[in-house]
Design a protein around this ligand. Sequence first.
Ligand code: PEP
Ligand code: MG
Length: 830
Amino acid sequence: MIGIVAVSHSARLGEAALELALQMVQGGGVHVLVAAGAGVDSDGAPILGTDAVAVAAAIDELAADCDGVLVLMDLGSAVLSAELALELRASDVPVRLAPAPFVEGLLSAVVSAATGGSLDTVAAEAVAALGAKTGALGIEEEHAVEAAVAPGADGAVLVRRVRVRNPLGIHARPAALIAKATAGADVLLRRLPDGPDAAAASLTRLLVLGARQGDDLELTARGDDAAEALDRLVALFDDGFGEGMESAEPAHDTAPTATGSSAEVPASPSETDLAQAVTPGSVLRGRGVSSGRVAAPVVHLAPPLPEPDPAVVVPEADRDSEVSAIEWASVAVADQLRSRTAQATGEARAILDASRLLASDPELVSEATALVRAKGRSAARAVWETAVVHEKALAALGGRMAERIADIRDVRDRIIAEILQVDMPGVPERDESFVLVATDLAPADTALLAGGACVALVTVQGGPTSHTAIIARSLGLPAVVGLAEAGAIPSGAMVLVDGDRGTVEVEPAQSRVDEAHASAVVVDFDGIGALADGHSVPLLANVGGAADATSAAAAHAEGVGLFRTEFCFLDRTDAPSIDEQIAAYRGVLAAFPGRKVVVRTLDAGSDKPLPFANSDSEDNPALGVRGLRIARRRPQLLDDQLTALARAAAEEHAQVEVMAPMVATVDEARGFAERCRAAGLDRVGIMIETPSAALLAAELFEVVDFVSLGTNDLAQYTMAADRLLSELGDLNDPWQPAVLRLIAAVGDAGRAAGKPVGVCGEAGGDPELAPVLVGLGVTSLSMAPRSLGRVAARLSELSSDDCRRAAAAAIGASSAGAARTAAAAALARA
Ligand code: PEP
Ligand code: MG
């Protein structure tokens, strides 16, 4: 540990500077002494001046505990006193006098010392401390210091990417927190895309980064403590350094941490990595923002226009015609967009209209024409440069505003294409169904997709609030965004897009393609699920929010069998307030007055991580602290949700039931039921997703009112096969006899207890499996609304006896294939 002596003419100045510096390290862990003033006069008033004896005494005092001492001086004779003190001191600890600015130097030195910096490092930090101020004022530093901690040549490298979320960016307090969080580890921060870098231990360098809200940073760490240091750092960014955040976007990317042995690891995957990830059979994961499953060949969006040449200088005499080219083009584009707006409906219409206004925005046009007149830019180049300025302004705002950058680029390209009289970039015309793949989609393109051959959208960029997501939902197209590898999927490759799971399977097996085609055909449902003998089997919908609930009600679902509440908050880094939750829940309840709505408490984790609920450092997230288990760590999160739900239920007229995901023991179920009832929620159930819960069904029915089989997870955990891994799709199959036998055990327990047994996993929407499930004792089925009609049609052809026969045949089989065949044979005789 390095000690610090602050030599000042004024005791008050010394103490005040020290107080400021200690704030950076929350007062702890550093040895600092102030040697200030020259005593007091006869009236007890302080005398300004410095005292070499006092400075020497301070050095000697620190020498007892420190490996070295840095002396900082305010001005003039302070330097002489410090030099003299070196002669007077009794100890022989190494001492360095730093020619550093007093206040800034003291702050930097204190932070550096607190993180274990050597005498050289602490001194260098102090000396470089003016850098932040000179940088902020745009003054070139003569002696720029190198990053105090450079990555070593060896050892594992971990790279993460974070976004600065707090409104003030990385100023002194966050910088000090960063330095503290990474103490002992070798961490480098770089402002993306090509900004400066800084060792995390260097307060000065961190300030010189100039990182503002919305900026992305790459964090590179190496050494034994690298992973933990990065976790701490990411948590700080996620939390906005405790200073509040204005954007709801996650601060760090959710991609897995990259690791390497000795070479630098790029923060974003290289093109080679991406191409390697895209092989036939691979399942790529992004973020599902619009539900549904379809399979079709890939078509890439036509590439954007190349950047106009900046070197062209238009002669004065020709500038007027370039100016009118801009004016005419903007009017023409606005006209085109106006006619498209007229063809569009709903949200697509509103978005197109906004683009039209942008195209004729007088500011955009006048800024571009000014560039032509003043600098001789070509018309195309002037529009390009003007758009760049606007994009940067949006990017600096971060969050949702940054997602609007695609709008500006879209309008820019349209105007430039009009000026140059070339084809517009955009969605290619096709007669056959296709999946549109793009880096990001511009609103004007997505709005044209309605009624066309495009059946799904996949983008590299975008979030849940991007236009791609909004338009996809309004058009009912399955969509996956944020898929880094999307650009590497070859044109024409067959892909299966699952907008619920956020996955894109490349060249899947033909059986999966057939399955997806079959599930995409919608059959009408009249709103009553029943067997041919009149036995009622309520058919309910799985929903993720108010919009889904409205469509489900329109599809005549008899209620909601699974409301995945976590879907309402996927883009949140902080927990939603009770009021926000009430609003989200009421939106769903309002769509089903007088009907059953089964609300599942947050099933955060594994394939649906919520930044505010899950830790991203679990080795096996599917087996980790997910679902109800989160309440072990964060009981308040569950209690707040139950409070919000009870209040939402009181405001609406739906019959609200509540259930917990990922239950494994009777105690968990009992505890959950008690909390629900304490919150005023009377109908309480649990999901049966673990083999343990299935085997304990009889005991579970003693503490809850109903159960719902989550067959997706039940299959995953029974077969020990990751449900997202297509390679193991044959294991992850609800027709597996082991899964069917567990379902049978739950059905038996339900019959014995006289309590309902629902199914809300994907199995519930399979028209061939549905009769088997009913025969096994399942009393209601919940599914994606588009499956309702086909399941209803199949059930209406069969009696209770048929279903029991099919069930008996299926559970007697010894493989999934044999179970399917046996059930089909039993029903063929029906
Ligand atoms: C399930 O596991 O079957 C289920 C319905 O829950 P989820 O798919 O949301 O995990
Ligand atoms: Mg589940």
